[in-house]
Every structure is written in structure tokens, then in C-alpha cells.
Write a protein that binds this ligand. Structure first.
Ligand code: ADP
Length: 221
């Protein structure tokens, strides 16, 4: 039985992305309806989520019968079959689903999905590849999340020049226009550090700012 007080999610497509997405949402305590047209997939995951049903999501009637309009968020996690991915997104839009998240594999697919009205388009392979690339290319960057073309959040090992200095003394905000939102010190996480916080060797700072400025900071020794 669905709990009416929590957010309801539907995930269409139980491939790698969809099944992991459904798993994460379910583990967080949300109701998750998973849909796949492949009976084998439905059987494999039959007890993994709140409901797991077999249906073809390009079929508007099938979607309506599943009460897809009652879900707060519907994730289209069909990767390989681009046509099915686009048709499903379009059907959900036509039906009037509140919030549609669609997965894309190429820049063109991102554009198409945005044009037909997906509320959020995710490109998991591109995003993950980019994050790992940043991590591999720079010895200082631990992690990197693009917020927009202009701004990012990055985790950086602090430059040597900042060791034993306070945030104020390091001048990060004034000189680079970058905000330190957290400091990771071993297992310890200092969120919203005070200006008087002293940075230690091996500290990792989580910063938010302009990409250019982050790159500048990252190159400091
Ligand atoms: P991933 O790259 O995340 O593994 P795949 O494209 O391999 O994604 O898997 C997508 C899943 O979506 C498959 O399990 C497939 O059976 C399912 N699927 C594809 N088309 C439809 C459809 N029209 N309706 C429902 N499920 C679909």
C-alpha cells in the first residue's frame, strides 16, 4: 500500500541507471513504482521496490492505467532505445505529469528532451566522466560538480600557501571570489567554517565559485 504522505516516484526502465535510481530512492524511504517492458527485468526486481510492473511506457493507456499522474516525479531511465525514451517523455508530458526527469546519452538527445518539456535532463555518463576526468587531471581536485556553465562546486586539497592560515588570512573570497562552504579534515567535516578557522595540512576545502576562479585556485601550489 502506498503511503500518501511521502513523495511518490516512478522509474521507467530498469537498466543500470534506472535500477540504481530506484534503489537509492527506495532506500531513502520513498515509495517507488518501477516499470519495465521486459518481463525478465520485472521478475529480477519483483521484490526490490514498492511495486514493480511490466508495461510499455510508450503506450499512453498503459501509463494512465498505472495512475502515472499520481506520481510526484517520473524518471525516464531508458538509455539504449532513444526512440522509446523520447516517446515516453512526450507521453508523460501530454498526460500532464508534474515533474519528468529523462536520461540522455548525447548532446542532441539532451536538446530534444529539453525541447519536448522534460523538467530535468540528466546525462549520467557525461557528468560522471567529467567528474572523474577533473579528478585524474589535477592532483588537487578531489571532486567537481558543475552547477552551470559558469559555476561549480569543487573539492580541493588546500594549496601549501594556505596551511596554518585562517580563511580570512588566505584571502580566498576577496582575491578569488570563491566561497569555502566546508572543510574536510580526515573524517571530520566542518560545514560553513568561520572566517577564523585555521586550515591544516591535508585539509580538503569544498568551494563554490566561478569556474575560472576555481581553476586559478587549483593551480596554486
Ligand atoms: P542503462 O544504460 O541504464 O542500462 P538500458 O537502455 O540498457 O539503460 O536499459 C533500459 C531499460 O528500459 C531496459 O530494461 C528496457 O527493457 C527498458 N525499456 C526500454 N524500452 C522500454 C519501454 N518502451 N517501456 C518500458 N521499459 C522499457
Amino acid at each position: 500500500k502506498l503511503k500518501s504522505d511521502t513523495k511518490q516516484f516512478a522509474v521507467i526502465g530498469l537498466g543500470r541507471f534506472g535500477s540504481n535510481m530506484a534503489m537509492s530512492l527506495y532506500k531513502m524511504g520513498y515509495d517507488v513504482l518501477a516499470i519495465d517492458k521486459n518481463m525478465k527485468k520485472v521478475q529480477d526486481f519483483s521484490n526490490a521496490f514498492t511495486h514493480v510492473v511490466q508495461a510499455d511506457s510508450t503506450d499512453e493507456n498503459a501509463l494512465r492505467e498505472l495512475g502515472i499522474l499520481n506520481f510526484d516525479v517520473v524518471v525516464v531511465a531508458i538509455g539504449e532505445d532513444i526512440e522509446a525514451n523520447i516517446m515516453t517523455t512526450l507521453q508523460l508530458k501530454e498526460i500532464g505529469v508534474k515533474y519528468i526527469v529523462s536520461m540522455a546519452r548525447s548532446p542532441l538527445q539532451i536538446k530534444v528532451l529539453e525541447k519536448i518539456g522534460a523538467d530535468r535532463v540528466v546525462a549520467p555518463e557525461r557528468d560522471m566522466a567529467q567528474r572523474v576526468a577533473y579528478n585524474l587531471a589535477s592532483t588537487n581536485v578531489m571532486d567537481y560538480i558543475e552547477l552551470s556553465d559558469e559555476f561549480s562546486i569543487a573539492e580541493l586539497v588546500i594549496p601549501r600557501a594556505f596551511i596554518n592560515k585562517t580563511l580570512v588570512e588566505s584571502n580566498i573570497r576577496a582575491k578569488y571570489n570563491i566561497n569555502v562552504v566546508a572543510i574536510k579534515r580526515g573524517e571530520h567535516l566542518i560545514v560553513s567554517p568561520l572566517p577564523s578557522e585555521v586550515m591544516h595540512e591535508n585539509d580538503v576545502v569544498v568551494v563554490v565559485g566561478d569556474n575560472e576562479n576555481i581553476n586559478g585556485l587549483e593551480k596554486l601550489k
